[in-house]
Design a protein around this ligand. Structure first.
Ligand SMILES: Cc1cc2nc3c(=O)[nH]c(=O)nc-3n(C[C@H](O)[C@H](O)[C@H](O)COP(=O)(O)OP(=O)(O)OC[C@H]3O[C@@H](n4cnc5c(N)ncnc54)[C@H](O)[C@@H]3O)c2cc1C
Ligand code: FES
Length: 484
């Protein structure tokens, strides 16, 4: 299942990393996670459901859904989609409830870090926030639970639209590399500290500022940190939406982001023949990227009567012979231990299935590109007021135009503040970074903040910016109401 030839990415010349899975030797490669190496070996069944006793596989690929928990070197419940593969490790499939650990407990004590600004999430929003806060003099701790920096950018091989300031015309993967290089430069100045493979698990108000609980993963074990900070920027991104249909938990049903991660980050095919559900930009772009990786896309089905994504992406796909069926959805997925096929159906004007229009699709992979929901768990834990704003993708933190939430010195940026795209996430991050530094007394010129606000308004000015424009107008209006 390895991709060896790709028009944009080079997956050749990677060191072999053998490891053991259920007593068999598997050939992994340097750069793999445990789950990507298993997929490359054709193993999609990663765990067994505790409730239904059925097989479970990779779904989100970014550490959000827990359907990839396995036992590694005697440590239970390791999220194998974000755990880098190491040579000669022992991986076992867990059956329902995980058995107790057999690995020796290393008994590491809690460690404390004090910083001016904590930035949670090193996607485009968090990276830009950290760079701005540090460049204005603040000490910054930037953390991300994934092994690599860049959030969703590290899998985006297509060139970006948007503004030149936000690198339009550049591929997402290259933007991630550029931002990472800037972060490394700031690390050398001592102003910025970076912690990867580190998950923020708790958020609390403290006598002065805030405290956050953080778990860093070291060789599949964990180290607890107590972070004290004056301000925090929560740029945790979003989670992919699930659809309800029989068989939606079978291995081989993936979120679109997970498919992109497998193909474009690890060079592994998710399957050989894909049914794509959703014709928004994500569904269209990922379908084209599947073709680039040499994987067949049977069709795209879209429940709405019109294609939601840019027509330029849809046209590219149609030119490659992939049909897009609007007013169609998925009804069922079937298979013994992984996807063997799916049934699609036409929908009427009330989005109800039309009996007799069911069609069987031979596929081994179903890819769901049906929207994202902002990640707001830490925000709700710390007591920030949230509201359901449908244009923003779900519950979001009310915030003002400096990205400050209802709690003083708690900021939000990027998809966590409402689903949008990477260019606006970067500018929101810059605004939040400047605002956090300013709130802590570091000098920030008013024209710097004004310029970023102008840039984000320009990006949202076109017809495709209508939804986020409405979302942000509602969020800021409700924040003002709460403040009054
Ligand atoms: C499949 C897909 C395709 C897309 N295609 C495009 C596109 O073509 N063009 C475009 O402009 N946009 C695209 N987007 C959207 C774009 O990628 C996002 O809008 C953008 O990445 C949002 O940036 P962010 O920094 O807010 O979040 P993310 O990029 O998601 O980054 C959030 C980061 O936070 C980390 N994190 C979350 N919670 C914690 C925690 N508790 N502790 C530590 N770390 C944490 C995550 O590991 C992640 O790295 C796409 C999105 C997806 C899912
Ligand atoms: S947490 Fe690993 S696949 Fe979702």
């Amino acid at each position: 299942m390895r991709i060896r030839h790709h028009p944009i990415l080079d997956f050749s010349a990677r060191e072999p990393l053998p490891f053991t899975f259920n007593k068999k030797i598997i050939a992994g490669e340097e750069g793999d996670t445990i789950a990507s190496a298993l997929h490359a070996a054709g193993i999609k069944e990663l765990t067994i459901s505790q409730t239904y006793h059925t097989p479970r596989g990779f779904f989100c690929g970014i550490g959000k859904c827990s359907s990839c928990l396995m036992r590694v070197n005697g440590v239970p419940n390791v999220r194998t989609c974000i755990a880098p593969l190491q040579k000669n490790i022992i991986v076992e499939r867990q059956h329902e409830f995980a058995a107790l650990p057999t690995a020796p407990f290393t008994g590491r004590g809690k460690r404390t870090i004090t910083t001016d600004v904590l930035v949670v999430g090193a996607g485009p929003a968090g990276l830009c926030a950290a760079l701005q806060a540090a460049s204005h003099g603040a000490n910054v701790l930037l953390v991300d639970e994934n092994p690599r920096l860049g959030g969703q950018l590290i899998k985006q091989t297509h060139k970006f639209f948007g503004s030149l300031q936000e690198r339009a015309g550049t591929r997402g993967i290259d933007i991630a590399t550029e931002l990472e290089a800037d972060i490394k430069k700031y690390e050398q100045t001592g102003k910025l500290t970076l912690m990867a493979e580190s998950t923020v698990i708790g958020a609390y108000e403290a006598a002065e500022g805030y405290r956050f609980g953080l778990v860093k993963r070291i060789n599949y074990q964990t180290q607890l940190y107590d972070i004290h900070c004056g301000a925090a920027i929560l740029a945790c991104g979003a989670m992919e939406n699930m659809l309800l249909f029989p068989g939606n938990d079978l291995p081989g049903v993936y979120g679109a982001g997970a498919v992109q991660t497998l193909m474009n980050v690890y060079g592994v095919k998710p399957g050989e023949n894909v049914l794509m559900v959703g014709a928004g930009n994500v569904g269209l772009i990922v379908s084209y990227q599947l073709l680039q990786a040499g994987i067949a896309v049977d069709r795209v089905v879209e429940a709405a009567p019109v294609i939601g994504g840019y027509h330029v992406h849809a046209a590219k796909l149609r030119r490659c012979g992939v049909p897009i069926y609007t007013s169609h959805s998925i009804q069922e997925v079937y298979g013994e231990s992984s996807v063997e096929g799916a049934v699609v159906v036409q929908l009427d004007s009330h989005w109800k299935p039309i009996p007799g229009t069911e069609e069987d699709v031979a596929c081994d992979t179903v890819c769901l590109a049906v929207g994202l929901t902002p990640s707001t768990r830490l925000l709700s834990q710390i007591g920030v007021p949230l509201e359901y704003i449908s244009e923003a993708g779900g519950f979001v933190a009310l915030h003002d135009d400096t990205m400050q939430t209802g709690k003083s010195r708690i900021y939000v940026a990027g998809d966590a503040s409402g689903i949008e795209e990477a260019s606006t996430a970067m500018i929101e991050g810059k605004i939040a970074g400047c605002a956090a530094a300013k709130a802590l007394g570091y000098p920030v010129k008013p024209e710097t903040l004004a310029l970023f606000k102008e840039e984000v308004a320009k990006l949202r000015a076109g017809p495709f910016g209508e939804k986020p424009r409405q979302a942000k107008a509602k969020i800021e209006a409700k924040a003002r109401e709460q403040h009054a």
